[in-house]
Design a protein around this ligand. Structure first.
Ligand SMILES: *Cc1c(COP(=O)(O)O)cnc(C)c1O
Length: 245
C-alpha cells in the first residue's frame, strides 16, 4: 500500500470510528450512517487512492470535474459518485447522465431539467432536497430558516416529488460556518424538524435520508440524525485550489 493510500485509509477508518461512537451515544446503529468522502479539487491520484483505501462513496462539487474523474475511474464500479454542489442549469445533463446520487437539488426549474435529461438517458436519479436553514443569502437551497413559512414550500415540492425520473430520498443542508461544531446543532435539528413536517405532508414520499455534517461537525450531525455525512479535509487533506485558467 502506498503512503498516500495508507494515510487516507487511516483517517477514513478513524472517521468511521468516530461516527460509530457518535451514533451509539444516541442509540443509533453505526451502519445507519454513510460516509461520503469529498474529493473536490483533489487530483485524480488522490481520488484513486481513496478508492484503494476502501472508500465507497465519493462526493464532488463541480459537475465537469466530477464527471472527468468518474469517467476515468469507471472500472471501480463498486464506488458511488455523489454530486453535492450547486448544479448550474447548463450542467444538468452532465449530472443527470453520470452521477449516482444528487444531494443538492435546490430548485424546481433545475428539477424539471434533470428529470427531462434522465428520461432521455433512460435512467432515474436519487435526489435530496437542499434547504438553507441558516438564513444566509450566500447559501443555496430553499429558504427554510423560518418554520412559519414552511407551508410556502409545499407547492413546489409537490411538483418535484411527482417528477417521474427523480426519486426524492430526503433532505440536505450546509449550516453557517461556526466557531465550534456545537453551533451547528440547532441547524441540524431544524432540518430534522423539516423532515418530520414534510413526511406528514407527503406520506407517499421517502424523506428518510438526512445529508448533514462536514469535517468540523459530522459527529454532532450524526447525533442529530444524519444518515449521510460529507467529509473532505479530515480524510483527504486540504484542498488544492487551482488558479483560474
Ligand atoms: C466541501 C464540502 C464538504 C466537505 O467539507 P470539509 O470541510 O472538507 O469536510 C461537504 N459538503 C459540501 C456541500 C461541500 O461543498
Amino acid at each position: 500500500m502506498s503512503d498516500l493510500v495508507s494515510s487516507i485509509r487511516e483517517r477514513y477508518l478513524h472517521t468511521l470510528d468516530k461516527i460509530a461512537i457518535a451514533a451509539r451515544s444516541v442509540g443509533r446503529e453505526p451502519e445507519s450512517v454513510k460516509l461520503v468522502v469529498v474529493t473536490k479539487t483533489q487530483p485524480i491520484e488522490v481520488v484513486k487512492a481513496a478508492i484503494d483505501a476502501g472508500v465507497l462513496f465519493l462526493g464532488e462539487n463541480y459537475a465537469e470535474e466530477g464527471v472527468m474523474k468518474l469517467q476515468s475511474l469507471r472500472e471501480f464500479s463498486a464506488v458511488e459518485w455523489h454530486m453535492i454542489g450547486h448544479v448550474q442549469s447548463r450542467k444538468a445533463q452532465l449530472v443527470a447522465e453520470n452521477f449516482n446520487f444528487l444531494h443538492s437539488l435546490d430548485g424546481l426549474k433545475l428539477a424539471k431539467r434533470l428529470d427531462r435529461f434522465c428520461g432521455e438517458a433512460n435512467r432515474s436519479l436519487p435526489v435530496l432536497l437542499e434547504f438553507n436553514v441558516g438564513g444566509e443569502d450566500s447559501k443555496s437551497g430553499w429558504s427554510a430558516s423560518d418554520e412559519s413559512n414552511w407551508y410556502t414550500l409545499l407547492d413546489e415540492l409537490a411538483e418535484i416529488t411527482a417528477l417521474p425520473n427523480l426519486k426524492v430520498h430526503g433532505l440536505m443542508t450546509m449550516p453557517p460556518l461556526g466557531q465550534t461544531a456545537e453551533l451547528s446543532r440547532p441547524y441540524f435539528q431544524k432540518l430534522r424538524g423539516l423532515q418530520k413536517y414534510l413526511a406528514v405532508k407527503f406520506p407517499q414520499v421517502d424523506f428518510g435520508e438526512l445529508s448533514m455534517g462536514t469535517s468540523t461537525d459530522y459527529e454532532i450531525a450524526v447525533q442529530e440524525g444524519a444518515t449521510l455525512v460529507r467529509v473532505g479535509t479530515a480524510i483527504v487533506g486540504s484542498r488544492q485550489y487551482k488558479t483560474e485558467a
